[in-house]
Design a binder for this molecule. Structure first.
Ligand code: GLN
Length: 541
């Protein structure tokens, strides 16, 4: 029997609801349950694919090609369960479906209303595509009280009745702010937020209370009394030194016990050995390396969430701390790269869109190539490495990407047709922007005797994509003469997927996003290898 845990947030945004949901998923998994996590996003975009990274942070791509909320990245990293298109829904998608049904005449003349038609569509989504899970954890985006969130709260309220309270639990994440002048953590905002939830008919079963210090027993009692929640179900969620400690800390606060108690199920205590080991390794590194990430959205680290995590995983695998400096690529268009990059042990140019900052990225690539500093180019970072090689090594002075406009030598260009599992997929220049990139998992064949072959130790790999432009195969021989090889290609040989310089200590560009698949328990081999190369480089300086 599948049970549902609905997770809402109150008081303020950015409380780490995604991480809290992921950590609870990991805890239940550690008690032997099968879990899946889902996110219901109340915004009106059909998906976050068209949103600026500054608005929404990273767009997380699933194997099946969905552009989703970055919280799905937390879910995958904490539980290892691959997310699917059906694990993230937005108001935009719900309404598109409802309106399409109305146009088809499926509602047989009814007046279409938020209740029941929109709420029915939400419930259908929550209950769809199940796979014998013991628990579905459904996080509702935003904060209780947001106008956009109302239909979602109404839908999960109805589900509580329809499925029965023995199959549904409501978990509410709140904040207990500390007021220095009175020297107290305050419970009033939590009381208001629980009341707000109650006003739409949902009584919270468990409260997870974020606080930056211990919550006195007297305050837990007060919250219990005013919020109508058992005292043991008022669980502290204190700030921790590393995110990997969150499942352990929630367990110590009794969260998983309260979930089992709510549903009346017995389960063995969780095995948290793996998490304790990761915490130990992350908090007691034997050394450190510094990595410069040269990007465009460096003002908001959430824009590179999975990347930062994957670099940290590479550090854990090598027992070192990875100090990341986030550098705005445009700096290199005004200042010499040397002063910013001289002391780093590795340079990474991540994914990106548009011309702004691209010349700065090319300058960072030149520095890494000439100074023999480990270089990792991801998606746009591979494309800029190819542009740099074409211009500076192959003598193709005007080499560029058609992403920035027409160019006489398009070493990176728009692909209008490619194959996936034997099927032809097509795109046109004037297609809609939403959902039309090359998205999701594609296979890649890795050449024998290449550095990446050693790293992956496999001939066929599968990695996730999210891009519109491709490196142009017509320049392969000119680039090869200049020393750059395409060591990974699509199975039909038409698309370069990986490039490397065999005579550089570590210079690899990939057209896909390996950071999306890295996990603390299973760091991505490219990140492990890149950080190892950075460790070696640090011994040289
Ligand atoms: N802007 C490039 C493209 O669309 C790269 C995208 C990316 O880095 N994710 O191909």
């Amino acid at each position: 029997m599948t049970r549902f845990i609905f997770i809402t947030g109150g008081v303020v945004s950015s409380l780490g609801k995604g991480l809290a949901s992921a950590a609870l998923g990991a805890l239940l998994q550690a008690r032997g349950f099968k879990v899946r996590l889902r996110k219901l996003d109340p915004y009106i975009n059909v998906d976050p694919g068209t949103m600026s990274p500054y608005q929404h942070g990273e767009v997380y791509v699933t194997d099946d090609g969905a552009e989703t909320d970055l919280d799905l990245g937390h879910y995958e990293r904490f539980t290892g369960v691959s997310s699917r298109q059906s694990d993230n829904i937005t108001t935009g998608r719900i309404y598109s479906e409802v309106i399409a049904k109305e146009r088809r005449g499926d509602y047989l003349g009814a007046t279409i209303q938020v209740i029941p038609h929109v709420t029915d569509a939400i419930k259908e989504f929550v209950l769809s595509n199940l796979d014998d899970e013991d628990f579905i954890l459904c996080e509702i985006g935003g904060t209780v009280g947001d106008i956009e969130g109302l239909p979602f709260l109404e839908a999960i309220r109805q589900l509580g009745n329809e499925l029965g309270r023995e199959r549904v639990m409501y978990l509410h994440l709140t904040l207990l702010p500390f007021i220095p002048t009175s020297g107290e953590v305050k419970t009033k905002p939590t009381q208001h937020s629980v009341k707000e939830l109650l006003s739409v008919g949902i009584q919270a079963d468990v409260l997870l209370c974020r606080a930056d210090r211990e919550i006195p027993e007297s305050e837990r009692r007060k919250i219990s009394l005013f919020c109508n929640v058992r005292q043991e179900a008022v669980i502290p969620a204190l700030d921790v030194d590393t995110i990997y400690r969150v499942p352990i800390s929630y367990h110590e606060g009794g969260l998983d016990d309260q979930v089992c108690r709510h549903f009346g199920i017995e389960a063995p205590a969780p095995n948290l050995g793996g998490w304790r080991d990761i915490v130990e390794r992350a908090s007691q590194p034997e050394g450190e390396v510094s990595i410069a990430v040269v990007g465009k959205y460096t003002g908001l680290i959430d824009a590179y969430k999975s990347l930062a995590e994957a670099l940290a995983h590479g550090g854990i695998a090598n027992n070192v701390r990875v100090n990341m400096s986030w550098i705005d690529a445009e700096i290199f268009e005004r200042e010499d790269a040397v002063q910013h990059l001289e002391r780093v042990n590795g340079i990474l140019v991540p994914g990106g869109f548009g011309e702004r900052g691209s010349e700065g990225k090319v300058a960072a690539v030149s520095f890494a190539r000439q100074r023999r500093v480990p270089y990792f180019g991801i998606c746009f970072g591979m494309q800029m490495a190819v542009v740099e090689a074409a211009r500076n090594l192959a003598g193709i002075d005007d080499a560029g990407s058609t992403e920035f406009g027409p160019t006489p030598d398009p070493v990176v260009g728009l692909m209008t047709e490619w194959t996936r599992d034997g099927q032809v997929e097509q795109r046109a220049e004037d297609d809609d922007k939403g959902g039309t990139m090359r998205l999701g998992a594609y296979e890649c064949l890795v050449s024998a005797n290449s550095q990446v072959r050693q790293i992956y130790d496999s001939e066929v790999i599968s990695e996730r994509h999210r891009h519109r432009y491709e490196v142009n195969m017509n320049y392969e021989s000119q680039l090869a003469k200049a020393g750059m090889i395409f060591s990974g290609k699509s199975p039909d040989g038409a698309l370069p997927e990986i490039m490397e310089y065999p005579d550089h200590p570590w210079f690899i560009g990939v057209q896909f996003h390996p950071e999306l698949k890295s996990k603390p328990f299973n760091p991505h081999p490219l990140f492990t290898s890149f950080i190892r190369a950075a460790v070696e480089q640090s011994r040289l300086v």
